[in-house]
Ligand binder design. Structure first.
Ligand code: NAP
Length: 259
């Protein structure tokens, strides 16, 4: 049995939609107080309504993680509201598709601004508060795309998701003396609105490439993040957990057919 996270203060960037919202649901269900950050106020308000429906203590903070002042403010507001900060889920991310031959310098700047700079600014802003917590935790949402796999159209995205892991390993060493662990969850293909927009054929063919035969759910990622936030995970830092239904395992289509 894991020690309950009741009353812990959790900030989830990109917690207003998709995977981040599912992480928020899982933490709220475990008794944590949850702040979700994102840029769009309407989406944020809807997320708070949905998350509060189960009686959880939830707050929305409008913030663009790529802006340093916003990153500082979202940490400050969470701390003022909940009296401290115990867990940061650095989850906000974008994944526009563009092939290398059409990619502009702005495309590259924009994806690195949110996925890499935004993640680093959030961790930097949260560090003093997490250090005070006594059980500070950072959980980054990376991806299998980049660290393990490739997909045409997402070379810049894959670069950002690998960069997150490069950051993770040194950050783990710098944060360890302050009693903070930092780890990453690497989702495979997860059922979100963003993924639904890629169409039914994408979904069907992706499912066919996953040994467990289904897409992941946001809750699959939320439970991995929750584990990394527990007391029992206190000795794990600088590590990654792949949550992908076995998607990166088959070495060829033949390997899948031989299942
Ligand atoms: P999503 O449904 O599009 O949600 C993205 C969330 O991030 C939203 O809450 C969005 O809110 C927020 N966000 C985006 N840019 C932001 C910024 N600059 N500042 C603050 N918030 C920002 O995406 P998702 O599929 O849940 O993806 C979440 C994370 O999981 C990403 O890091 C992604 O790389 C990773 N991931 C997803 C999958 C998948 O299958 N879906 C697989 C592997 C990894 P606003 O737009 O209102 O700001």
């Amino acid at each position: 049995m894991f020690t309950p996270l009741t009353g812990r203060s959790v900030l989830i960037t990109g917690g207003t939609k998709g995977i981040g919202k599912a992480i928020a649901e899982v933490f709220a269900g475990a008794g944590a107080r949850v702040a979700v950050a994102g840029r769009d106020g309407r989406t944020g308000a809807q997320a708070v309504d949905d998350l509060r429906a189960n009686g959880a203590e939830v707050a929305y903070i409008r913030a663009d993680v790529s802006v340093a002042q916003d990153a500082d403010r979202m940490v400050k507001e969470t701390t003022e509201r909940f009296g401290g900060l115990d867990v940061l889920c650095a989850n906000a991310g974008i994944f526009p598709s563009v092939r290398l031959e059409n990619m502009t310098a702005d495309d590259i700047d924009s994806i690195f601004a949110t996925n890499v700079k935004g993640m680093m600014l959030a961790v930097k802003a949260a560090t003093p508060l997490l250090a005070r917590s006594g059980h500070g935790r950072v959980i980054i949402t990376s991806s299998i795309t980049g660290p393990s796999t490739g997909f045409p159209g997402w070379s810049h995205y894959g670069a950002t998701k690998s960069a997150q892991l490069g950051f993770l390993r040194t950050a783990a060493m710098e944060l360890a003396p302050r009693g903070i662990t930092i780890n990453a969850v690497l989702p495979g293909n997860i059922e979100t609105e963003g993924l639904a927009e890629l169409g039914p054929e994408y979904r069907q063919r992706t499912e066919a490439s996953i040994p467990l035969g289904r897409l992941g759910t946001g809750a699959d990622i939320g439970h991995a993040a929750l584990f990394l936030a527990t007391e029992e995970a206190a000795y794990i830092t600088g590590q990654t957990i792949v949550v992908d239904g076995g998607q990166i395992l088959p070495e060829s289509i033949m390997a899948l057919e031989a299942q």
